[in-house]
Design a protein around this ligand. Structure first.
Ligand code: IPE
Ligand code: IPE
Ligand code: MG
Length: 251
């Protein structure tokens, strides 16, 4: 495929995060209930995982359900949870076969047991896989994650395991749910909304942001590849000047 060949010539983002948005509006456009959009969003998830794997992206983090999404109608939440369990069951084999490792981030106290059990099974099954780390952000909120990190660091200070002087960016990073992942290089949001909605606030400090009007159920591999190609044309300066970037090998 042409787009993929072009991608392979450039630097591929290590970590891509996706805010999968627009299922409800997609369904509404078709005169259908919101849950119809969620059901049709599953295919786009599959496309995105395959596209990330094909591109050589090492980490893909998908925003599946936010801490704020608990405020939605109970029936919609139930459909989303059921969809997650059935999709996991269907996709487990294919994830494993494609050398993809599944992990989850978020506050899972509120998740139904059937969801936790379903997730744990696939996490265990895929734990030694190395081609791509697929992280599902589930019942995830970035502020909740930061609060949780502050609490855990404070506990260590009280116990004398960490001193206040030792606190640095690394220590904070290591107490976030994403501690095993590199910073996000590219964040994609579908549906035309240009906001972050409490997703990976710390981790996107220097991410490139890609917003597309495509509604999530319509998102395809091609859309993903185009986002990567756009990313590859951006000069990432990390505070330096353009001249410095062009004359130095180190970023
Ligand atoms: C994204 O689509 C899926 C979740 C947030 C779970 P939405 O359900 O937010 O769809 P819109 O934004 O209402 O169209
Ligand atoms: C963000 O989408 C959460 C997920 C994609 C899971 P929302 O649709 O919940 O975001 P807002 O509330 O419109 O910002
Ligand atoms: Mg939405």
């Amino acid at each position: 495929m042409d787009l993929l060949n072009e991608i392979k010539k450039g630097v591929v983002p290590q970590h891509v995060a996706v805010i999968m948005d627009g299922n409800g509006r997609w369904a509404k456009q078709k005169g259908m209930p919101r849950v119809f959009g969620h059901k049709n969003g599953v295919k786009a998830v599959r496309e995105t995982i395959e596209a990330a794997r094909n591109s050589g992206v090492k980490a893909l983090t998908l925003y599946a359900f936010s801490t704020e999404n608990w405020k939605r109608p109970k029936t919609e939440i139930k459909t989303l949870m059921t969809l997650l369990v059935t999709s996991l069951k269907k996709e487990a084999k294919s994830l494993d076969k494609n050398n993809i490792k599944l992990q989850v981030i978020g506050n899972h106290d509120l998740l139904p047991k059937v969801v936790i059990d379903g997730l744990n099974k696939v996490i265990e099954q895929t734990k030694n896989n190395t081609a791509l780390t697929l992280t599902l952000a589930l019942s995830y909120g970035s502020r909740e994650e930061i609060v949780n990190a502050v609490k855990n660091i404070s506990k260590k200070i009280v116990k004398g395991q960490v001193s206040i002087e030792e606190i640095d960016e690394n220590i904070i990073n290591n107490h976030l749910y994403t501690f095993t992942l590199p910073d996000v290089d590219l964040m994609i949001r579908t549906s035309g909304e240009k906001r972050i909605s409490n997703f990976l606030l710390w981790q996107i400090a220097y991410a490139e942001l890609h917003f597309t009007d495509v509604l999530w159920p319509d998102f395809t591999k091609k859309d993903f590849y185009n986002a990567i190609i756009e990313f590859q044309h951006i000069e990432r300066r990390f505070g330096k000047t353009s001249a410095q970037i062009r004359t130095s090998n180190e970023i």
